[in-house]
Design a protein around this ligand. Structure first.
Ligand SMILES: CC(C)(COP(=O)(O)OP(=O)(O)OC[C@H]1O[C@@H](n2cnc3c(N)ncnc32)[C@H](O)[C@@H]1OP(=O)(O)O)[C@@H](O)C(=O)NCCC(=O)NCCS
Length: 194
């Protein structure tokens, strides 16, 4: 996988799939959700709770510093939301990690992580690589934060039923006894993005 600049993205066709490449004229842009600019009501991903979150709660959560929502829009149409994801801080109990990872970590009961709480693509734009584009953006942002701003050992996701496979194909692993809560250590994020 190749990474893109965090604020903009250009997909290319590769074996019939769209992939993100650096450079070129950006076709898409990322921005923090802005209720005055982005048309939240028009977004529909087929999962009512994710649509309702974006329309009714995401802006409030941003004001309260609970989670930040990043939206993906076409480069020339800033109001249209093609997809979104949310980031917030989280912690992971050390005993939830496998022994071989735990051994290399300091002996704290909990360690810091970044929670990719929600991620969704509008149903009209599925299967074009936008889910991957959103995930790459979330991972790049998390990596950047964890390098200099905010200690975070891993990115954690709470996958909806049926979406575990989406994350697993990028290396996310389930926590012990929790099939839908998955994590990707930051060092694996580095490998994935380079
Ligand atoms: C899951 C979701 C984000 C995927 O978006 P998308 O734009 O269709 O995905 P992409 O086109 O970027 O697909 C990237 C790869 O993931 C695969 N993929 C997509 N959805 C998948 C799923 N549910 N399970 C396993 N693999 C999946 C694709 O086949 C593709 O693989 P390929 O390149 O080998 O063909 C989208 O279906 C969605 O918004 N679903 C509803 C909300 C949801 O489930 N969110 C995730 C959990 S919070």
């Amino acid at each position: 996988m190749r990474s893109s600049a965090p604020g903009s993205a250009t997909p290319e066709r590769c074996s019939g799939k769209q992939r993100v490449v650096p450079g070129g004229a950006p076709r898409y842009a990322f921005a923090p959700l802005d209720g005055k600019v982005h048309d939240r009501a028009a977004f529909s991903c087929g999962v009512p709770s994710l649509d309702a979150y974006l329309e009714k709660r995401a802006a409030q959560d941003m004001r309260k510093r609970v989670a930040v929502t990043h939206v993906l829009t076409p480069a020339g149409s800033a109001g249209e939301i093609l997809g979104y994801y949310t980031l917030s801080v989280a912690s992971v109990a050390l005993d939830e990690l496998p022994e071989e990872l735990r051994r290399k970590l300091p002996d704290y009961p909990q360690i810091g992580a970044i929670l990719l709480g929600r991620l969704a693509v509008d149903t009209r734009h599925r299967g074009q690589g936008l889910g991957e584009l959103l995930l790459i953006s979330a991972l790049e942002r998390s990596l950047e934060l964890s390098a200099t701003q905010l200690g975070a050992y891993a990115v954690v996701v709470d996958a909806l039923e049926g979406a575990e496979g989406f994350y697993q194909r990028y290396g996310f692993m389930p926590f012990q006894d929790q099939v839908r809560r998955l994590y990707l250590p930051m060092r694996a994020v580095v490998e994935l993005l380079t």
